[in-house]
Design a protein around this ligand. Structure first.
Ligand SMILES: [Zn+2]
Length: 153
């Protein structure tokens, strides 16, 4: 008789919610939407890395491993799922609010960004490349503040 290992998904999610994104510590990895679910036999959490080739991916996986280990979930493996690929649409509503509060315009399909400082939509892109390859540099024409905008994927 085989027994499928049951995993406490809510407890594990609570642990994952404490793991910050290495690039934007204001966001947890659950805000980012990279936690895709669970599987049993063997018990594992499935994650989709954000950007292909983004050095943060390895750091995220290590941070998840460390958090699970210290919370007593040593038996839970971390499985990387590449398809479907992560998209910025998976960033949660809370994640978008946190990005904005952190001074980063959340990703959106719209051609204009909303200034995280003053809320003006009168903004322009300065450079496709901001502080990291994942962000573009923008400037607000109303308050003249520069800001990063999360690129849409
Ligand atoms: Zn502004």
């Amino acid at each position: 008789m085989t027994t499928l290992a049951l995993i406490d998904e809510a407890a594990i999610l609570a642990v994952l919610d404490t793991v910050p994104d290495p690039e934007i510590p204001a966001l947890s990895i659950t805000d980012l939407g990279i936690v895709r679910g669970f599987a049993v036999d063997p018990p594992r959490v499935r994650i989709s890395p954000t950007y292909t080739g983004c050095p943060a991916t390895v750091a995220i996986e290590q941070a998840i491993r460390d958090a699970l280990d210290s919370a007593g979930f040593r038996e839970v493996a971390v499985e990387r799922v590449l398809f479907p690929p992560w998209t910025t649409e998976w960033i949660s509503e809370r994640g978008r609010q946190r990005l904005l509060a952190y001074g980063i315009a959340p990703p959106s399909p719209s051609a204009t960004a909303t200034c995280p400082q003053c809320g003006s939509a009168d903004t322009e892109e300065v450079s496709r490349f901001g502080a990291t390859p994942c962000k573009a540099q923008w400037r607000c024409r109303s308050c003249l503040e520069p800001f990063d905008r999360f690129k849409c994927h």
